[in-house]
Ligand binder design. Structure first.
Ligand SMILES: [Cu+2]
Length: 337
């Protein structure tokens, strides 16, 4: 009997140790996505096989500049996750590599894929598992991808798990001088009042997803590229997006949500073209264009008179709450960087 008790105690201890390891959450400074971190444009005429590695990672990161860390879930440690770039007709193989230190199942739903769950069914992976899903990118356009782990897409998106895939036409999109990548999502993270962060072994006051607040669609703040000031603060990426007067500029933009779309606008400009579906179907001279939560769009403009241009969600109170960035247009012949 003593021996059985001893073995049981050992098993319990091992369980606790394993539990502790499974919930070791890495702390990072932030999860900001560099808006210039974009794959090279498509130039080929023939279809190809493209491999995409998505690595869910649960981390503690600063998302609002307060210095208080939040529990967020990412693809490849940034929000939004990496931009994926393929050509219409390509075969896309997605490896969903769920980090062994994560606590949750994760997966990916590609809106560019037409398959059960957009791939979420085949890629659902436990911590430490890798799952693979292959689809044909049969329809050109700009699409969101997001996590639907545990059957709770709402919770996984609200933790930050989304990104963008562009499916370009044969030969690629028309060449432009600059391309940028921006993802908008809103946050419902607050310090829990019930001590639930302590139950998870996280520091007291860690900002955690407040599900009741998310249900009420009452965000604490909005962010571009994973942080309240990511593309507004010059010490982060607020001085990163430059173009010279007359340059052609393209933005790949996605609204992660989970609940709120973006009324995307760059103050002082008019878009040459905006695309929400097929690249042959665009609107000209749009000022503000709505990008629904769980979707993506492509915007093109010609850089106007030199100056600093405000990138906003024109549901305008959101600007004071984080939906702000800068495009800087430089004079010809200047050397701004
Ligand atoms: Cu997930």
């Amino acid at each position: 009997m003593k021996q059985i008790t001893f073995i049981f105690t050992l098993a319990l201890m091992a369980g606790c140790l394993f539990h502790s390891t499974a919930n070791a959450v890495t702390t990072v400074d932030n999860v900001i996505k560099d808006p210039t971190d974009i794959p090279a444009p498509i130039k080929r005429l023939r279809t190809a096989s493209v491999t995409v590695n998505l690595e869910p990672k649960e981390v503690l990161a600063d998302i609002d500049g307060s210095g208080v860390k939040a529990l967020v879930w990412t693809y490849n440690s940034t929000i939004p996750g990496p931009m994926v770039r393929v050509m219409e007709g390509d075969t896309v193989t997605v490896n969903l590599i769920n980090d062994a230190e994560n606590a949750k199942y994760h997966n990916v739903d590609f809106h560019a894929a037409m398959a059960p769950g957009g791939g979420a069914v085949s890629t659902s992976a436990a911590p430490g598992q890798t799952k693979t899903f292959t689809f044909t990118a049969s329809r050109q356009g700009t699409y969101v991808y997001h996590c639907a782990g545990e059957g709770k897409a709402w919770s996984h998106i609200a933790h930050g798990m989304y990104g963008l895939i562009v499916v370009e036409p044969r030969g690629g999109l028309q060449k432009v001088d600059h391309e940028f990548y921006i993802g908008q999502n809103e946050w419902y993270h607050t310090p829990p009042l019930d001590g639930s962060e302590l139950d998870l072994g996280l520091p007291a006051g860690t900002l955690m997803l407040d599900e009741s607040r998310a249900l009420l669609e009452n965000p604490t703040f909005v962010s571009f590229n994973g942080h309240k000031n990511a593309i507004a603060d010059p010490l982060l990426f607020g001085n990163k997006m430059h173009a010279t007067e007359g340059d052609t500029v393209r933005f790949f933009f996605t609204s992660g949500g989970p609940n709120v779309g973006s009324n995307w606008h760059i103050i002082g400009t008019i878009f040459d073209k905006t695309y929400q579906g097929h690249f042959k179907d665009f609107l000209r001279n749009q000022e503000t264009e709505y990008v629904a939560p769980g979707s993506a769009a492509t915007f093109e403009l010609t850089a106007p008179t030199p100056g600093r241009y405000l990138i906003v969600d024109h549901a305008i109170y959101r600007v004071s709450n984080g939906a702000l960035g800068y495009l800087i247009v430089d004079a010809k012949g200047s050397n701004p960087l």
